[in-house]
Design a protein around this ligand. Structure first.
Ligand code: SF4
Length: 355
């Protein structure tokens, strides 16, 4: 067994660029083998977490993210919708709970929450919490104080992506800095919330940028509990609409490297999954992806229909994982018992966002 596979139980935060590049440089079969080995040491290899998203405020965002239809600077056909009222959100949350959801995630297109909007968000989160649901949100940049207020209101998870490498970042976004993003992540951690943080590939970046993104994520003090990997969805009216396609094997390599670097994180196939063939998706699962967005529209991009996912799960012998808490327990079990184990999983309908 390779050195990387042998040491898979060890959670590292000191990866070097050379080591990460070396993983990208492996022959595909060797990389997949290592990633699958790490995956099996930490998770049920056939369990996939299902996530869905409620978009509670759409469009009119002041940021200039080049890939996003919700930015005011991008001329897309997106219909702007203001922040939903609390009762509408609560209705959706009740419905989600009735359908078996244990977590409810809310996405709002903001540079950072407005004071008035933030007050309403705190009330919404407290309300959703009273239903006994885990809560998750993506609201843009946060201050330290806002992060603590969200935690006090009952927010469990916060999504905030790094998007790309520090070096490529200003080719994609100019209205806030990479450090702003790292600061928000650090406020979220300090406030005691769990972190969902990943990036987008296929934005015209070099492989060294994909190495840089994964290196930064893997060397955070704590690995994000969830690592969404997005493949650029080219939206007409955005500056990245005509970007050259990324070789799909390169996307799969990113999944595999993320799995090896962050052995106990949920690696999520996020935006862009619709453009993947069944075979490519199967390779992503083999590479260690164990979470998907399921059934609904993912912020502003289409997502494959739930039935298609069910059919592919059936063909691959995959089953839904219950919640991240179960995944964590599963991961702890795997850490103390290297033997294979199975878990009875019921379908979970979990909410998650990309932002
Ligand atoms: S990705 Fe998020 S922050 Fe960037 S423009 Fe879109 S909604 Fe705004």
């Amino acid at each position: 067994m390779s050195k990387t596979a042998e040491s898979a139980q060890e959670i590292r935060h000191d990866w070097s660029r050379k080591e990460v590049q070396a993983l990208f440089d492996l022959p595909m079969n060797d990389l997949m083998f290592q990633a699958q080995t790490v995956h099996r040491q930490n998770f049920d290899p056939n369990a996939v977490q299902l996530s869905t998203l409620l978009n509670i405020k759409t469009g009119a965002c002041a940021e200039d993210c080049s890939y996003c239809s919700q930015s005011v600077v991008n001329d897309t056909s997106l219909k702007v919708e203001p922040l939903m009222d609390e009762e509408t959100v609560m209705e959706s949350a009740r419905e989600a709970k009735k359908n078996g959801a244990s977590r409810f995630c809310m996405g709002a297109a903001w540079r950072s929450p407005t004071p008035k909007g933030f007050e309403r968000i705190l009330e919404i989160i407290s309300g959703v919490k009273t239903l006994g649901l885990e809560t998750c949100a993506t609201l843009g940049m946060l201050s330290n104080e806002q992060a603590h207020q969200l935690k006090e209101a009952g927010l469990d998870y916060y999504n905030h992506n790094l998007d790309t490498s520090a070096e490529y970042y200003d080719k994609v976004i100019t209205t806030r800095t990479y450090q702003d993003r790292l600061d928000t992540l650090s406020f979220v951690r300090d406030a005691g919330m769990k972190v969902c943080c990943g990036g987008i590939v296929g934005m015209g970046e070099e492989q060294t940028d994909r190495v840089g993104l994964l290196l930064t994520l893997a060397n955070l003090d704590h690995h994000p509990e969830s690592v969404p990997m997005n493949l650029l969805v080219k939206i007409e009216g955005t500056p990245l609409a005509d970007t050259e396609d990324l070789d799909i094997f390169e996307f799969i390599r990113c999944i595999a490297v993320a799995r090896i670097l962050m052995p106990r994180s949920m690696v999520r196939l996020s935006a862009g999954r619709q453009s993947l063939s069944d075979e490519a998706q199967a390779m992503c699962y083999l590479a260690g992806a164990n979470s998907i967005f399921y059934g609904e529209r993912l912020l502003t991009t289409d997502n494959p229909e739930a039935d298609q996912d069910r059919m592919l799960f059936g063909r691959l012998g995959l089953h839904p994982m219950e919640t991240e808490a179960d995944a964590a327990r599963e991961s702890e079990l795997a850490a103390t018992d290297a033997g294979t184990h199975t878990q009875v999983n019921e379908q979970a309908d979990e909410q998650q966002a990309v932002h």
